[in-house]
Write a protein that binds this ligand. Sequence first.
Ligand code: IMP
Ligand code: MG
Length: 184
Amino acid sequence: MDLYQPEVVHVNGEQFRVYLTHEEIQQRIKQIGTSISRDFSEKKPIFIGVLNGAYIFLADLMRYVTIPCEVDFMKLSSYGDEKVSSGQVEDLKEINANIRGRHVILVEDIIDTGLSMKYLIDKVKLMNPASLTVVTLLHKQDATRYEVQIDYTAFRIPNLFVLGYGLDYAQEGRNLAQIYILEE
Ligand code: IMP
Ligand code: MG
């Protein structure tokens, strides 16, 4: 299978360069899958992916999880087509599963300001899960303004716009196999 993984890519008039390779990403996700399998054995966790950005990460992560588990999705919107957060979170899709008493693992593509994750955590807690765990592929620590619980972080990255591996810029670039960073 030939993956889409150029060194440099142009999206929406901006240039991006590869920052995390396919191998680096897969190796790290495998480690997290192994940890989750160990930490949640006998708990049958339910993964809740945050659409759209987390779909590829979640799909790969779940294939490295070797215990019984379930999956569902929520959809939020905060970025619109811009490179900076709008500062508002909108619910676009609710979860269908009943998560009361369940071990919930929230899976996000990236925690930037932390607003979306704070909103999600507050929302899920109201549904009375047995436990709530947060997994993020990327964390822009220097941009985080809302205090949020993060249990597993695949990569900490600088405060620059990134795309690929599920993350978009104005809806483009999600199919790139690697993670790319904006060149200024
Ligand atoms: P936050 O609410 O500011 O933490 O932003 C989180 C959401 O904004 C993420 O779920 C992403 O969908 C989006 N986002 C934040 N930073 C980036 C980026 O660098 N590239 C693409 N999307 C991003
Ligand atoms: Mg997102």
